[in-house]
Write a protein that binds this ligand. Sequence first.
Ligand code: NAI
Length: 344
Amino acid sequence: MQKTIAVFSTKGYVRESFRRVQEASSEFQALELTFFEPRLNRDTAALATGHDGVCIFVNDLADKPVIDRLHEVGVKVIALRCAGFNNVDLNHCQEMGLEVMRVPAYSPYAVAEHTVGLALTLNRKLHKAYNRVRDGNFSLDGLLGFDFHGKTVGVIGTGRIGQVFARIMGGFGCRVLAYDRFPQPELAAGGLFEYGELATLYESSDIISLHCPLTQDTFHMINDYTLAAMKDGVVILNTSRGPLVDTNAVIDALKSGKIGALGLDVYEEEGDLFFEDLSNQVIQDDTFVRLQTFPNVLITGHQAFFTREAIDAIARTTLENLLACPLAPDHPNSVRPTRLVAPH
Ligand code: NAI
């Protein structure tokens, strides 16, 4: 029997990857996909009427009212086409009998490599150099960077992405100091990094990169207090989830010079901005606009995952999840409330 799925927040590249993967494998043709451009929220949930499931992305919202509406219109499954699930009220899904599934891994390389790209660009000011040279300005003033070699890199979250990032930074000759709420000692034993306390990581790191999920514990983990504990001139990278960072606190730390550079692929209030072309509009988010004014801040619009390999892997795993549902409770792609702060 065909399962019908309403796919929200779809851009051309999403539709193309799903079609490509569906065409490559006849089993996936048992899934009938309807693509919708809008994000899932209270206003758009009714679009799912007549579908067995919805497929959503990072800035779709499945809070209580949305889940109630989805339940009312007969939806039984929420398939996230991403790893994070902080935008879904898992307890309420369980209460209403909605299954939630995700794509825990698609290409950790995509995200880790983008994070390194942010670090290198900020350190060697490649974004400025590009414009200068195009403008016939070959002055080096203001472009001075530092060697990564020999520096200490703090990695918070040693899951799939954190491990790849640690390996790349180790390749530069950095000392990698890691913290994870659920450490995997075998990784440290293998020499990939050393585990330490979070306080030690904050104190000792020249570069700090966030690779942990957004949970109650990690919300605003970069704040006035933790920033004060860091080295002057620290480089902070966040390619995980915007609310890990208290934006007002980093703005103050950028103004005082405490933060030497900030690379973001995610932003607390990105839901109103990212993935859309707003180049003809006035951005109303003054905090975001203030962030953009700093010469040592580089922001990308949640594109770290965006490689060919990753988007096809996302489509394939999403379709496999939907075909296989209901997933066994211990299936790694099944998301249940108890997994919120579980290791993987
Ligand atoms: P993962 O689940 O493999 O690893 C997350 C790690 O964080 C685990 O080792 C876990 O034990 C650890 N952790 C959990 N709570 C923690 C805490 N309180 N403090 C420190 N560590 C904690 O996840 P993966 O695949 O490495 O992804 C990491 C994050 O990257 C995701 O949660 C997601 O938010 C983000 N992401 C961003 C993308 C982008 O395009 N910018 C794409 C994919 C993921």
